[in-house]
Each structure stands twice: as structure tokens, then as C-alpha cells.
Design a protein around this ligand. Structure first.
Ligand code: GLU
Length: 423
């Protein structure tokens, strides 16, 4: 399961943020108003309410969603989130971000996302399995290997994907591995998928540091969130010689200016349930963590973490968004004016969906690749995409998020235009 920071509902609605980011890029691209109208909405929004029998015999009704933002470039693709504060607006934003993410790295998918409002941390494995199987059945009208392919996100993992794959396969009457990605290796998962989001983020950080003339050896790094993206990002950055000066999870943050060993932090979290309390570390709040003195900040938790209130206090020279939507548009402007270099989410964390694509291709071909091949192909995609976005940013003198959107929106608009409007 992935950890998350605290959601602050006084902050901006993710769908409003997503559409504002889109509008900024659409203006710069002088996008045709008709095209703008199409791309600004989600194509399909499914809400489901379904009963699950809990172990005390009571029946609890859960609410879930699956949204497809745009499928012009290929089937819908995107994770499923289990979180107590999931909402339709959040899922729509995450689905739209998936469309741009797949386009910016040039993989043949549209954008989709799903969620169930629940707190997986308080549920038993048995309840999670029952909930997952029923939710899968409810969204079966949308998903399929050629239609819409879910993957893990906050609160879900490879086991969740195994249950989805099994449920879908039971209905089909035969095994359909390509209906989800992020599966366990034993049932058609891919080597390298677990670390892919972090590995992809680190490839973009390496490219950015070359551009900025920043030495990663000894660079001070803060990572917010110690779930899948955060924990592997910390480990990979430490392997490159960076010093991890701050880390956090839902329980709080820890700091040590001389450096924290992410492998030790991981072992400590497995033992105690949190990074907080690690011997030799000082406790910090989530806000203090983001403002720690550092060179590189990696938000790897959830949306709405860097806003107007704390952006002026960020000391990092480079922000690499391993999470989706951590920075508000106001904060983007403040950071840009301060000269902070931003690797935006739709580029920075696209390594996850890129290796999902490799997994899907392997499943469809029944031919599996070695980890070295996966990582080399991932690197090629991330380096190329980073440079596409950097060139766009330099050419149009816009910040990296707007540049990433411009690359992505232009590709999706071209696909939509070429296909034409049906009927
Ligand atoms: N949930 C991940 C993301 O936000 C991965 C999606 C996927 O692999 O389809 O990018």
C-alpha cells in the first residue's frame, strides 16, 4: 500500500486545477475552440454504489468511480485509488492527467482513472478482496485489454490487480492478463514495474541536473511520502550519491542534515508502521519537511501539497513531482519566479505507466523481457520525453509544466482531429 500526506480540503479542487493547467497550454497553443471544448471534458464518468458484506454480517454500501477522459490515442489507461477522501472531481482530474501523461511520453493510450471511497488501512485482506471483486464487476462495462486497463495507485497494489485480473477472467471464462498492469510476476506482471515510477522520476532528475549543472553526488534531497514512488525514489537517489535529508509518511516527517539511509528507514517502517521515530532522526511536521533546506524536493504523496502558502518558503532548486498534482497553479508561478526548476508530474512520474505499457505489450505477445531490457527502454522514453519538454519550454519561454502540457495537448489534439468527429 502507498502512504499519503494529509489532504487539506481548504486547498484547491483537483479538477479545477487540471482544467486551469489545460487552459494555460491551450492558450499558448492557440488551440481551436471546438477542440478545446472536446479536450476540456471527460468522455465517460461512471459512478457505482455497491454492497459489500462485512465480517460482522452487516452490509456496507461503497461508492466507486471509473472515468475515461479521452481515448483518441488508444485505450484508457490509469490506476485505481482506494482512499477515504476520493471523489469524482479528483478522479476526473487524475484521468485527465493520465491522458497528458501517456501523450507526453508517446505511449498509445488515452487517460482513465478509478477510485473507491474506503480506508484500506482499516480493512482486512478478506474485505479488500470482496470489495475489489465487486467493484471490478461494477466497472466491467468499461474495462478490458482493448478498452481500459487499470493499474495500482494510492492504497492499491499488485495483489489488488491480481484480484481484478481474476474476477475479469472468471467472467470471460478464460485468463486475460492484459486487463490490468502492475500485476504480480507470477501471473503476467513485468520485471521492474514496482520501481518504475521512481526509476523514471530519477531518469528525469538526472537529465534536469545535467541541464542545471547540479551535481547529484552530495545533493541534499527531501522526499515527501514513503510509499511506492517515495521509498524507491529515496533509495535510487541515495544510490546516486545524493544525501536524503528528509522523509515522511502519513504519520509525519523525519530529518537529519547528515543524511538518512532509506534502506534503514524502510526496515524501520516495516517493523513499526511508520518512518517517524527512527533513531538518529529529528521529527518534523509535513509543512516543515517541504521547507527543509535542500537541493531537490520530491513530492511523492498526493495532490495539493505545495500552494501559495508554502511555495515562497521552498528552498529546493529542483522540484521533481513523483506524485500526481502536488503543486497548485499559483505555486507554479511563485516557484518559476524564484527560479526553481520543475519536473511536472505528467512527465516526472510517467515511468510507472510506461512500464505498465511494457507489461501490457508483453502480456499481449506472451513474450517476457528481462529487467535490463525494461530499464533501458524506460530510460530511452524518459530521456527523450524530458528533452522534448525542455525544448518546448526553451522555445516558447514557458515553465516546464506548461511545456509538458503543450507537447501532450498538441499530440492528443492531432489524434482527435485526424480521427474526426463521429458520426
Ligand atoms: N497510477 C499510476 C499513475 O498515476 C500508474 C498508472 C498506470 O500504470 O496505468 O501514473
Amino acid at each position: 500500500m502507498t502512504s499519503a500526506a494529509v489532504i487539506d480540503h481548504t486547498q484547491r479542487d483537483p479538477w479545477e486545477v487540471a482544467t486551469e493547467q489545460f487552459d494555460t497550454a491551450a492558450d499558448k497553443l492557440h488551440l481551436d475552440p471546438n477542440m478545446r471544448g472536446i479536450l476540456r471534458e471527460c468522455q465517460r464518468e461512471l459512478t457505482v454504489h455497491f454492497p459489500v458484506r462485512m465480517h460482522d454480517g452487516a452490509v456496507k454500501v461503497f461508492t466507486g468511480y471509473r472515468v475515461q477522459h479521452n481515448t483518441s490515442r488508444g485505450p484508457g489507461k490509469g490506476g485505481i485509488r482506494y482512499h477515504p477522501s476520493a471523489s469524482l472531481g479528483e478522479v476526473k482530474a487524475l484521468a485527465m492527467w493520465m491522458t497528458w501523461k501517456c501523450a507526453v511520453v508517446g505511449i498509445p493510450y488515452g487517460g482513465a482513472k478509478g477510485a473507491v471511497i474506503c480506508d484500506p488501512k482499516t480493512m482486512t485482506l478478506q474485505q479488500l478482496e470482496t470489495l475489489t471483486r465487486r467493484y471490478t464487476t461494477e466497472i466491467a462495462i468499461l474495462i478490458g485489454p482493448e478498452r481500459d486497463i487499470p493499474a495500482p495507485d494510492l492504497g492499491t497494489n499488485a495483489q489488488t490487480m491480481a484480484w481484478i485480473m481474476d474476477t475479469y477472467s472468471m467472467h470471460a471464462g478464460h485468463t486475460v492478463p492484459a486487463v490490468v498492469t502492475g500485476k504480480p510476476l507470477s501471473i503476467g506482471g513485468s520485471e521492474g514495474r514496482n520501481e518504475a515510477t521512481a526509476r523514471g522520476a530519477v531518469y528525469t532528475i538526472i537529465e534536469a541536473s545535467k541541464h542545471l549543472g547540479l551535481d547529484l553526488e552530495g545533493a541534499r534531497v527531501v522526499v515527501q511520502g514513503f510509499g511506492n514512488a517515495g521509498s524507491f525514489s529515496a533509495k535510487l537517489m541515495a544510490e546516486l550519491g545524493a544525501v536524503i535529508v528528509g522523509l515522511s509518511d502519513t504519520q509525519g516527517g523525519i530529518h537529519n542534515a547528515k543524511g538518512l539511509d532509506p534502506n534503514k528507514v524502510d526496515a524501520y517502517k516495516r517493523e513499526t508502521g511508520s518512518v517517524v521515530g527512527l533513531p538518529g532522526s529529528e521529527r518534523v511536521t509535513n509543512n516543515e519537511l517541504l521547507e527543509l533546506d535542500c537541493d531537490i524536493l520530491i513530492p511523492a504523496a498526493i495532490e495539493n501539497q505545495i500552494g501559495e502558502h508554502n511555495a515562497p518558503k521552498i528552498t529546493a532548486k529542483l522540484v521533481a513531482e513523483a506524485a500526481n498534482g502536488p503543486t497548485s497553479p499559483e505555486a507554479d508561478r511563485i516557484l518559476y519566479d524564484k527560479g526553481v526548476f520543475m519536473i511536472p508530474d505528467i512527465l516526472c512520474n510517467a515511468g510507472g505507466v510506461t512500464v505498465s505499457y511494457f507489461e501490457w505489450v508483453q502480456d499481449l505477445q506472451n513474450l517476457f523481457w528481462r529487467e535490463a531490457t525494461i530499464n533501458a527502454r524506460l530510460k530511452e522514453v524518459m530521456v527523450r520525453s524530458f528533452n522534448d519538454v525542455l525544448q518546448m519550454s526553451l522555445k516558447h519561454k514557458v515553465h516546464m509544466r506548461t511545456a509538458a502540457y503543450m507537447v501532450a495537448v498538441a499530440r492528443v489534439a492531432e489524434a482527435t482531429l485526424t480521427r474526426g468527429i463521429y458520426p
